[in-house]
Design a protein around this ligand. Structure first.
Ligand code: ZN
Length: 208
């Protein structure tokens, strides 16, 4: 699945093109707005959200991951239930990123249908309507997390690293409004990642 040796980022003194720097700033702004919620606060855009969990809420068996989890934590359901090809690709990327002193963490991987439903209900509460919530959270039937085919990545430097080098592993961002969300696109190693959807409502898979 992993075809090419990945490019390595320059060790230091990097002077990337301005466009890249701007993209990173935008990415950071979006992620910060959406993803810094603490468990007791209102969640932002939810792919990356630290959801509120009360009694009877989703557990580790539902795929909740502790802070700092990585793809190597296969004993956790959220990692162990990932699509094997996706997990393989992410393991290789994680190892190579570590050489660049970047730790690729997984904030969310596989989720049970109950967990996804919990996120959806929270999003409806947050955004006020199912239509708006759908821009951020898929249903249990359509979520690529429930099928184990998506991972949400943290922290910011890992998202940035994967946004630049992930294609070599077939790891691609899918939605312009969810920079942290990656899926496997095996052809990306040779053809590059496909164009991103503006948000999940533009993804035909979300209305199947
Ligand atoms: Zn996601």
């Amino acid at each position: 699945m992993i075809l090419n040796a990945p490019p390595r980022p320059p060790a230091s003194g990097r002077k990337g093109p301005p466009r890249r720097a701007l993209a990173l700033v935008v990415c950071l702004a979006v992620v910060t707005a959406g993803c810094q919620a603490v468990p007791t606060t209102t969640p932002g855009p939810s792919g990356q959200v630290r959801d509120r969990v009360g009694p009877g809420g989703p557990t580790e068996a539902d795929g909740r991951l502790p802070h700092g989890a990585t793809v190597l934590d296969e004993n956790l359901a959220g990692i162990g239930n990932l699509d094997p090809a996706l997990a393989d690709a992410l393991r290789q990327a994680t190892a190579d990123a570590a050489d660049a002193e970047i730790e690729i963490q997984v904030s969310s991987g596989w989720r049970s249908a109950a967990y996804q439903n919990h996120l959806l209900e929270q999003a409806v509460g947050t955004y006020g309507s199912e239509a708006e919530a759908a821009r951020w959270v898929a249903t249990p039937e359509t979520s690529l997390h429930v099928s184990g085919e998506a991972v949400d990545i943290a922290p910011y430097d890992a998202i940035d690293w994967l946004s630049r080098f992930g294609a070599s592993y077939g790891l691609c961002q899918v939605y312009a409004n969810e920079s942290w969300h990656f899926e496997l696109r095996p052809d990306a190693a040779t053809a590059g990642c496909p164009a991103q959807y503006p948000d999940p409502t533009s993804d035909p898979r979300m209305s199947r």
